[in-house]
Ligand binder design. Structure first.
Ligand SMILES: *Cc1c(COP(=O)(O)O)cnc(C)c1O
Length: 432
């Protein structure tokens, strides 16, 4: 399968090149040349399939031409050594819990898949010394770092905004050591993302170093996120409740929701999507006005969605031929400020006993606000509430039990390198 750039100003490339390069040379994002529709019998039988079986079928549609079946199967099965259960919350609203992986956020799926696929390509090419750059608003860094931890030939640099990720998130990528280096940027997530992009566009760096990106701009990270949309559908289909499904996706960089849109293109019977934002309501405003006005991100308690210029917006545009009308047929938008989010977490816990994290809270509330009686709503619970311990405990006034996996990270010693947001300093550091 070939991959083209959304800017249409760069040659098409192979999967391997798209994964290794991350960003296209014209600054566009790679998209698969074709999105295959899966056959009807697959959807008829999906309720009887395991998550891994479903995911392998989906993965095969994208990667099957480029990777031998056995290898692809082991990458998929290895990636998904945890479940993504659909849990009933109230009425016709369900939570797709994506926090059962090693770092307790949905990014484990893409992070683990990409680490394995890139590891495979690096080995095949006999490459050494690949530098993976990743900007994080909180959860990407840990998922990618843990996915690549100890992988030979790869060094990961995690760039994160100083003082803008939760303590627990921070310890998940600053305590690992080995082939992981954490870089604390005096700036915002957008500054971190800009540094990574600048590195890819820098001719000297690319000549001297093997650079790749592990942000959701990378096809190996964003496409596998389609897996759990199918799995969610399968779980409701089994209960006879899969009619008129609405997915509500807490969104920042829009990688997660784009994977859902792709799942729909592959034939997954989804009625529509809701993009749930925090105060960084750039996409919401776009749907209202037709104008896309990126602006500096503001800090919120749903910090992993503090994105002022969502990278994957261009993929959404590309999927819908840049037509606002077509986009609006499939996606609506909602947004919630911090005060709203706190009230949602508190009220939902009181009413249903279900503890939302600040991101999932936006997804949940968007369903509560929009869902029609004949629809079934699934919101993506993108991280475990314990990742935002102080916030969630201060809202509910109750202690949150911290899962053991998370406690283990908190015992490590923080190591990170401080830097300002100027590219020159970052570049010198990489060249050293
Ligand atoms: C990354 C993240 C999001 C946003 O996902 P995008 O793919 O960037 O839109 C939402 N919630 C949590 C917990 C995250 O870590």
């Amino acid at each position: 399968m070939k991959y083209y750039s959304t800017n249409k100003n760069a040659p098409q490339v192979s999967l391997q090149e798209a994964v290794v390069k991350g960003l296209a040379p014209d600054n566009g994002l790679y998209m698969p040349e074709t999105i295959k529709e899966l056959p009807q019998p697959f959807f008829e039988n999906i309720g009887n399939m395991s998550f891994q079986e479903i995911a392998y079928t989906v993965a095969d549609a994208f990667f099957g031409e480029d990777i031998e079946p056995d290898t692809l199967k082991s990458i998929v099965y290895d990636t998904l050594n945890f479940d993504t259960p659909v849990v009933h919350v109230k009425d016709n609203i369900y939570s797709l819990e994506l926090f059962h992986g090693p770092t307790l956020a949905f990014k484990d799926v893409g992070g683990r898949f990409m680490a394995r696929l890139l590891g495979y390509f690096i080995k095949k090419q006999g490459q050494k010394d690949v530098k993976v750059l990743v900007a994080t608003s909180g959860d990407t860094g840990s998922a990618v770092a843990n996915g690549f931890l100890g992988v030979e030939g790869v060094h990961v640099y995690v760039l994160y905004p100083k003082g803008k990720v939760s303590q627990i998130q921070e310890c998940q990528f600053t305590t690992l050591g080995q082939n992981i280096t954490a870089i604390e940027i005096d700036g915002t997530f957008d500054d971190c993302q800009a540094l990574v992009k600048a590195a890819f566009l820098d001719e000297e760096l690319n000549r001297k170093l093997n650079l790749t990106s592990a942000n959701s701009i990378n096809v190996a990270r964003f496409l596998p996120q389609a897996f759990y949309y199918f799995h969610a559908y399968a779980q409701l289909a089994k209960q006879g409740k899969a009619g008129n499904i609405v997915f509500s996706v807490p969104s920042g960089n829009f990688g997660n929701i784009t994977a859902g849109l792709i799942a729909k293109r592959m034939g997954l019977p989804v009625k529509r999507f809701i993009a749930a934002n925090n105060s960084n309501d750039i996409f919401y405003k776009y749907l209202q006005t037709g104008e896309y006005n990126p602006r500096p991100s503001v800090q919120t308690i749903a910090n992993a969605m503090d994105v002022g210029n969502p990278s994957n917006f261009v993929r959404v545009l590309d999927l819908y031929g840049k037509s606002l009308n077509e986009i609006k047929k499939d996606i609506s938008g909602e947004w919630y400020n911090d005060a709203n989010i706190k009230k949602i977490v508190k009220d939902t816990y009181g009413e249903t006993g279900y503890l939302l994290d600040p991101h999932g809270a936006c997804g949940y509330q968007a369903l509560t606000d929009e869902l029609r009686p004949n629809e079934t709503g699934i919101f993506l619970e993108t991280a475990h509430p314990a990742k935002f311990l102080e916030t969630v405990e201060s809202i509910t006034g109750r202690q949150v039990t911290v899962p053991e996996k998370l406690q283990a990270f908190m015992k490590g010693k923080k190591r990170s390198i401080g830097m300002n947001k100027e590219f020159a300093g970052f570049k010198q550091f990489l060249l050293k």
